[in-house]
Design a protein. Structure first.
Ligand SMILES: Cc1cc2nc3c(=O)[nH]c(=O)nc-3n(C[C@H](O)[C@H](O)[C@H](O)COP(=O)(O)OP(=O)(O)OC[C@H]3O[C@@H](n4cnc5c(N)ncnc54)[C@H](O)[C@@H]3O)c2cc1C
Length: 581
């Protein structure tokens, strides 16, 4: 018997084709705080187009590419020994949008991308990529590695190498583009990179590399930065030199390395990560042979910042989807968003997503200052980067998982975006340093570079006046003191706790600063978000005390519409005497 069609009222709400920029009404006004007005006006149509693409074509392509992982071939059908990675057309199109149409890897290195005459500032790059990653995470790895390899090469590379490879690295024609990669870790050298056993032997003007690299994402990239130990160099990170490894040598012959196999991964299934055997591969020394690891740190830190941005983007997608479902799905005669317990869950996703977005944009502006020679900003970026990478990537695991549950059973089904988001989110906290390792790096930044001494006064300076500003200042001071103490006592066991506290205190300060600036034009939403972070992440709570969420907060925040400053002030004053959660 033919079944009846599902009545429209019972059909599952489907957000496919949603404009991910328009569905995020806070983003435009927020960008007004981080981009110069002329630049924001110029980029407005690009954000609009990318928002439409991300919720439509890119989302469909990402699902397709995820179902069709790359395949490694070793021989041509005519018997010629030649390696290549076959990539699904959906992946190629995802690359085309990122590298070619939007020039996301090139825009920091030259003018002319998206019609802007100068190199675009980091805030513009991260804001656009934040939108792109809401559809596709896999391509963002090659994108970030191409961008960061270019930066490191320009900073430390021989001008001859820079002149030879820069045009390919910053090209927007996919066929002529040279992508970047980072072959650093090995079986015996993951977190502990000082264990790298790959050997480097001088051979004329260049070097020959011998060894096994165990995790090589974007395995067929045209150029990779590789850490290796020159014969006779000391043990540990001090003995590591940095090399540029081309896939094809200047005389057009294939370089002497083999992709042994591709990894079968939980997430980023469409992007090829492989194991690589270096068999006398020819490579060019980059910079000072005694400072290979220090130079590589520049690339690692930029990749970490990119990872934090991606976690923020994935959380935004999780929030957009959750709000969409909650506004449209009906249970027990009410839309989900009307149900008190669901409102609480949505607020939790929103808190993590908004905190990460604010820290990401704030860090991007600090990076721009640092690149212009501001040393205090450099020290702030040094600590903000691992703070964001550590905590936002952790939060993304939970936020994407919670969003999956908001969709109910369908959230667990692969034809919806949630499973891919959850799988990808888990990778963020593992690669480019696991959570433990990155939290310890926060402590190192405090100990060795006095980064906290640069961060704290800068955050204090942006706090709003009044009782709420005082509460934030007091909490920020406590978080900083705890982190300082943990770092100097080398109390590793508490590094994550200290880094989490410092991250949320930073987020609360930045949100409050954004909130008071936006309140001037009538929207105090971000002041309330700062209040939520303070209450929910930084205040002591009794787990056996009813954790009350004053519904007035959800009422104001969940619609994502402007909140009148007077409303926000009343709630923030009440917060001092009456816990929210
Ligand atoms: C999909 C994927 C792609 C990757 N792509 C690349 C790539 O392109 N290039 C590249 O170079 N690498 C890449 N990696 C490698 C990645 O960076 C490492 O896997 C990661 O840094 C962890 O190293 P490990 O696997 O050796 O784990 P280990 O270092 O063995 O860590 C195991 C556990 O020990 C913990 N641990 C280690 N040290 C400490 C400590 N001091 N205190 C407390 N806990 C500690 C870690 O947190 C972790 O939980 C990739 C990994 C994955 C999964």
């Amino acid at each position: 018997m033919k079944s009846e069609a599902v009545p429209a009222a019972q059909a599952l709400p489907d957000s496919s084709g949603i404009d991910l920029y328009a569905a995020d009404p806070s983003f435009g006004p927020l960008l007004g705080l981080y981009l110069a007005p002329e630049l924001q006006r110029h980029l407005a149509p690009h954000f609009t187009r990318l928002g439409e693409l991300a919720g439509g074509e890119l989302d469909r392509l990402a699902a397709d590419a995820d179902r069709n992982p790359p395949v490694l071939h070793h021989r041509s059908r005519a018997g010629e020994d030649r390696q290549w990675i076959e990539k699904h057309p959906a992946y190629r199109r995802l690359e085309e949008v990122a590298f070619s149409e939007f020039g996301l890897a090139a825009m920091s290195h030259r003018g002319g991308v998206l019609g802007w005459p100068h190199a675009l500032p980091p805030a513009a790059k991260y804001a656009l990529t934040y939108l792109y990653v809401q559809a596709e995470f896999g391509v963002c790895c090659p994108l970030s590695m191409t961008d960061s390899l270019t930066r490191t090469l320009r900073k430390y590379g021989d001008p001859v190498l820079v002149a030879r490879y820069l045009p390919g690295l910053t090209g927007q024609d996919l066929d002529a583009l040279t992508q970047g990669a980072m072959f650093m870790t090995e079986q015996g050298a993951g977190s502990d990179v000082g264990g790298v056993a790959t050997r480097a032997m001088k051979d004329g003007d260049t070097w020959r590399l011998y060894g096994d690299k165990w995790f090589c994402s974007n395995a067929d990239a045209g150029l990779a930065m590789v850490l290796a130990r020159p014969d006779g160099a000391p043990a540990g990170t001090k003995g590591l030199a940095l090399f540029l490894l081309p896939r094809v040598l200047p005389d057009a012959t294939a370089n002497a390395y083999r992709i042994v196999r591709l990894k079968d991964k939980l997430g980023t299934r469409d992007m090829a990560s492989g194991e690589i055997a270096l068999e006398g591969a020819r490579a060019f020394l980059v910079g000072d042979p005694g400072r290979g690891f220090v130079q590589m740190t520049d690339m690692i830190n930029l990749s970490r910042l990119s990872n934090g941005m991606r976690a923020a983007g994935m959380m935004r997608r999780a929030l957009t989807e959750s709000l969409f479902i909650a506004r449209n799905r009906v249970a027990f005669g009410r839309t989900l968003i009307e149900l008190p317990l669901m409102r609480r869950q949505l607020m939790k996703i929103m808190l993590a997503a908004e905190a990460a977005r604010s820290v990401m944009l704030h860090t991007a502006v600090e990076l721009e200052r640092a690149d212009q020679g501001d040393d205090a900003a450099r020290r702030r970026v040094r600590i903000l980067t691992p703070l964001l990478k550590f905590r936002a990537c952790r939060d993304a695991r939970r936020a994407t998982g919670d969003a999956m549950e908001v969709r109910g059973g369908c959230g667990y089904i692969e034809e919806w975006s949630d499973p891919r988001l959850v799988r990808d989110a888990h990778l963020g906290s593992i690669w480019e340093g696991t959570s433990n390792v990155v939290a310890l790096d926060v402590m190192r930044a405090i100990r060795r570079e006095e980064s906290l001494a640069a961060l704290l006064p800068a955050l204090e300076a942006i706090l709003p006046d009044g009782a709420f500003g005082t509460a934030l200042r007091e909490t920020l001071g406590r978080a900083a003191a705890f982190a300082e103490d943990t770092a100097h006592k080398r109390d590793d066991a508490h590094a994550r706790q200290a880094a989490s506290g410092l991250y949320y205190a930073t987020a609360a300060a930045v949100l409050a600063s954004e909130g008071s600036r936006l309140a001037a034009s009538g929207d105090a939403r971000r002041l309330l978000l700062a209040g939520l972070v303070l209450e929910h992440r930084l205040r002591a709570r009794d787990p056996l005390h009813p954790a009350l969420l004053d519904d007035a907060w959800a009422e104001l925040l969940l619609p994502e519409t402007p909140v009148a400053p007077a409303h926000a002030e009343r709630l923030l004053e009440k917060r001092e005497s009456d816990p929210i959660f």
